[in-house]
Design a protein around this ligand. Structure first.
Ligand code: PMP
Length: 404
């Protein structure tokens, strides 16, 4: 009998396709490459001093250090959950402690939500495009996807209504400066989405990973806040995922999920099974840092990232050839480019790396239905304005030769 690991893999593994662009993106870790591929925060903006002080404080306190290095409860470090409660209340959502679970990044919350809600063949509604990491989290639970088109105000309502008629378990949505296309769902559209989903008995999974990174315009109510306003201030049909990765640092791996108690109770069981709890010391450090500097730090991030967003948009305006369009995000980390129909983002990336030392992510991976071959995601967050201008000029130069 020959031994083949492949014969032993569970059927769900076929839903976990390796990304075809990963091999290409391995080539970009060279200093001469200007990369818009990452979608990561700028490490120069990390609050390193505040974090060092927080670790030091913990190790200097005998009682604290012991507790910080010990196992803790699965729900999360209580003072951090209390901070999250205060933060959410400031946004119009009144939660009890047992309605918040700290997760190892919001990515883990997406996995747990998939595990909780998706059975094989169940329908999940997503936008096109949507966050690739959500597709990766949900797909092992073997859903079918229904994809909803977007315009510059968010999911197109006629498409949403058609999707809801097919009775998905939930709609997954990133309402603010969506990864990958930078689109923000308008206030009216938010109200309509919550009302339509509630009427259809369909849950909403709101991913607010970028919500704090707004560079212009007024903050809009979260879907969780709209849901709460319809239900006496309490969560009802929306599961809300938050993250400290974009506002503090990703490496601590701290995010959260808030939802009605029955949902959180089940998610806590999943947390126990997955990793028992998120790192105690990291939660304590994060709590210390956000208690001290959250608001001023986020303000500083907004100033720096706004300058980069503006540099990218100005460079696109100046250099891009006719037939290319792009979004003008009010925040977040991404600009989304649409090439003329028939153009291929993957082919352009190959040329961009080899001929122009510049990189981005081709957009097709962000579509559950594999459309979008002519799209690109450019991230401006980890690149300084001069390099942004130069990188956009190089991409435009390649397109001049292809698009002509
Ligand atoms: N949601 C979205 C939309 C994201 O872009 C990301 C990170 N790229 C995450 C969730 C996961 O973030 P984390 O696990 O670091 O909180």
């Amino acid at each position: 009998m020959t031994f083949e690991w492949g014969d032993l893999f569970a059927g769900r593994i076929s839903g976990m396709a390796a990304s075809e662009i990963r091999e290409l993106l391995k080539l970009i870790d060279r200093p001469e490459i200007i990369s818009f591929a990452g979608g990561i925060p700028d490490p120069d903006l990390f609050p390193s001093a505040a974090m060092a002080r927080a670790y030091e404080k913990i190790f200097q306190s005998n009682a604290g250090a012991g507790g910080a290095l010990q196992y803790t409860i699965s729900e999360g470090y209580t003072p951090l959950r209390e901070w999250i409660l205060g933060y959410m209340e400031g946004k119009g959502v009144r939660l009890g402690l047992d309605e918040v679970l700290v997760t190892s990044g919001s990515q883990q919350a997406l996995d747990f939500i998939g595990k909780l809600l998706i059975g094989p063949g169940d329908l999940v509604a997503v936008t096109k495009p949507t966050y690739l990491g959500a597709l990766q989290a949900f797909s092992p639970y073997e859903p079918r996807y229904v994809s909803i088109a977007m315009d510059d105000e968010g999911p197109v309502l006629a498409d949403l209504e058609a999707a809801l008629a097919a009775r998905p378990k939930f709609l997954y949505l990133v309402p603010d400066f969506q990864n990958p296309n930078g689109v923000t769902v308008s206030a009216d559209r938010r109200e309509a989405i919550v009302a339509l989903c509630a009427a259809a008995g369909v849950a909403i999974v709101e991913d607010a990973a970028y919500a704090e990174l707004r560079y212009d315009g007024e903050a809009l109510p979260s879907l969780a806040a709209i849901d709460a306003a319809r239900n006496g201030g309490r969560p009802a049909t929306v599961i809300h995922c938050g993250s400290f990765s974009k506002t503090v640092v990703p490496a601590l791996r701290v995010g959260w999920v808030s939802a009605p108690r029955d949902v959180v109770n089940r998610l806590v069981l999943m947390k126990q099974a997955a990793d028992l709890h998120t790192s105690t010391i990291n939660q304590m450090v994060l709590h210390d840092v956000v208690s001290q500097i959250f608001e001023p730090h986020v303000k500083r991030l907004r100033v720096a990232y706004k300058e980069r967003r503006d540099a990218m948009l100005a460079a696109l305006d100046a250099h891009m050839p006719k037939g290319v369009t792009w979004t003008r995000p009010q925040g977040g980390m991404f600009v989304w480019i649409e090439l003329a129909p028939g153009r291929c983002g993957v082919a352009l990336l190959e040329r961009a790396i080899k001929e122009a030392n510049v990189a981005f992510v081709p957009g097709a991976a962000f579509f559950a239905d594999r459309s979008g071959a002519n799209t690109l995601r450019l991230s401006f967050s980890a690149t300084k304005p001069d390099r942004i201008r130069e990188g956009v000029r190089r991409i435009a130069g390649l397109l001049e030769t292809v698009e002509a």
